[in-house]
Design a protein around this ligand. Sequence first.
Ligand code: ADP
Length: 451
Amino acid sequence: MFQKILIANRGEIALRVICAAKDLGIKTVAVYSEPDRHSLHVRFADEAVCIGPARSARSYLDIPSVISAAEITNAEAIHPGYGFLSENDRFAEVCRASGIKFIGPPPDVTRMMGLKQKARQVMKDAGVPVLPGSQEALTSAEEALEFAASIGYPVILKAAAGGGGRGMRVVERAEDLPALLAQAQSEAGAAFSVPDIYLEKYIGAPRHIEFQVLADEHGNVEVLGERECSIQRRHQKLIEEAPSPAVTPELRADTIAALKTALKAIGYQNAGTVEFLMDEHGKLYFIEVNARIQVEHPVTEMITGVDLVKAQIRIAAGESLPSILGGPIEIRGHAIECRINAEHPRTFAPCPGKITGLNLPGGIGVRVDTAVYTDGVIPPYYDSLVAKLIVHGANRAEAIARMKRALDMFVVEGIYTSIPLQKKIMHDGDFASGALDTTYIARKLPEFLKS
Ligand code: ADP
């Protein structure tokens, strides 16, 4: 096992990795940008290294700075968290060349999964259903029009290197396609330095359902059930839960079997998430693989009892999945996560600032993953996640009751947060009945804002 690891991230996920390392008796090194000097991940790590100014391109994304920090502190491995360098295959390669273990999949696997159409092809070859779409990046508006006509409108344009919903455009009619393609290409180029866009069939009101995977370096693959992440605004998740109210035991078993085959064929390693959309007939279609730990991983931890971050570290240290898991995966009860963001509850505009008052909820079945504290500041430079509020109950109804209680006791003063909207959702009849899809918030928002 490693003696010391470096965490190339900030905020709640950096603290989350520190917790896992502490539980394993591993020393930790935090890295931070100048405005993060007083962050909790800096405080609770055994060592901390300043790697640059606020701008992430010159700190958290600066590969030479991160590698130097690992070298001067003798860290043997780097956990990248999510975002930042987590799915950067070049970073994983530099780690390897520097003799530092990257806690994640091998660079070639990350590269393949990062190219969404490549990942689609691999899944398709392994018998996992994918939505009809273009295999290669679109080279012209004419070609895009031809593809769209062959699969039928509406279609969705997506960035090949995409993430966070950027570079995505829904196209209802052929006449809108050329302009939307140009917009998507320039947005993708700016966000990911790769302007490549592909298109696929657009599903009107799908559910977003994803499966958590762990794979060791000896060919063992386990799938730890699914999460439902249909409560989204602007194609970004706001509430997640596990298990999904829409996945039957048969569908779960079939999907797990197909995924095991596909991931073994790919040579997948470490933690990952395979994302699907479910259509109105309850059929799942693959959309992408996220080759990293995800924000919403705690809901899976709550229902399986598996510490996914600890598992990531143990896998990277060469341990086998059977010894890490110690038996078959069992799903117990129901878990829900609310992402508490510093954002305006009506406009969703980020509202960073100073937290002047704070009460974190607790009590039975409640977990809060956060790095905020009273008088702490949510800086404007990074994402606006304040905390993840996770509840676990014997069933979905108990989990919802606990979430209502915990949201009522969650006080954040000084900034706007998503808490008022999340309270409305927890009291909504459609949410309670499990009637979810990705258009839920857009559909319900006018009603929520009235009351
Ligand atoms: P990103 O990597 O940018 O997050 P994803 O491919 O994961 O993009 O898609 C994010 C969200 O966008 C999905 O959860 C869903 O809400 C919507 N979406 C993506 N593809 C489709 C599609 N083919 N039909 C309908 N909605 C889609």
